[in-house]
Design a protein around this ligand. Structure first.
Ligand SMILES: Cc1cc2nc3c(=O)[nH]c(=O)nc-3n(C[C@H](O)[C@H](O)[C@H](O)COP(=O)(O)O)c2cc1C
Length: 203
């Protein structure tokens, strides 16, 4: 079983990375392989061209988004990490998540979790914003004991957020549990689906 941890910070080895590293280490003790991937510093946003429809990848830009889509079948679980910027997802990560999730159904019934790193305020809003992607993508969102918003301005400061680190480790345990549960149950995924009712509120 393999999990991909996506670092959506412009800092390759900052607070978000350190949070993901805590999760990665715990997953390893549970026998789960895990890889941290950095999205880099230049992810363009969705231009709403609609060209991805039915294609399963972004046709506007061939970048880290398509790389993750191509590798998605390798992974059973995905953990997304972002710093908090002005009470929301950081810019590059927002662009990354918009395009990744809009291009197709890459994550259905795969295990997922979101985590955000911040100095002081805006953690819950950002955590919930990130979870919206996972929820609409029909991911199995791993539990923990508290919202996954961890505090510090860098990796060193994060070490002082003992409760935050505990929350991360317990999320890793939740991810491992869901992965093992799925494997042991061996159930086929739900297939029957009603035709989409696309109702726009324009009247
Ligand atoms: C543009 C910008 C906006 C920020 N906005 C917030 C914020 O709204 N709330 C907060 O607590 N911290 C905020 N921060 C601080 C970062 O979230 C914090 O330093 C975090 O640990 C950075 O994680 P990283 O090292 O993974 O990039 C902001 C930082 C920047 C650069």
């Amino acid at each position: 079983m393999q999990v991909l941890l996506v670092n959506g910070s412009p800092h390759e080895k900052g607070t978000t990375f350190t949070a993901l590293e805590e999760v990665r280490a715990r997953l390893q003790t549970q026998g789960i392989g895990a890889e941290i991937l950095w999205i880099g510093r230049s992810v363009p946003g969705c231009i709403a061209c609609g060209a991805c429809k039915g294609k399963g990848k972004c046709l506007a830009y061939d970048d880290i988004v398509n790389e993750v889509i191509a590798r998605a079948p390798e992974f059973d679980g995905f953990i997304f990490g972002s710093p908090v910027y002005y009470g929301g997802i950081a810019g590059d990560m927002k662009c990354f998540m918009d395009r990744l999730f809009y291009t197709g159904r890459h994550f259905e019934y795969k295990v997922g979790a979101a985590v955000c790193a911040l100095r002081r305020s805006g953690g819950v809003a950002t955590f919930q914003q990130m979870n919206s992607y996972l929820n609409l993508a029909r991911m199995l969102i791993a539990p923990s004991r508290y919202w996954l918003a961890v505090h510090g301005n860098n990796g060193e400061e994060l070490q002082e957020d003992k409760e935050g680190l505990q929350t991360l480790r317990e999320m890793a345990d939740g991810v491992a549990y869901l992965l093992k549960l799925k494997e042991r149950a061996g159930l086929p995924l739900p297939t029957a689906e009603e035709p989409r009712q696309g109702t726009n509120f324009i009247r």
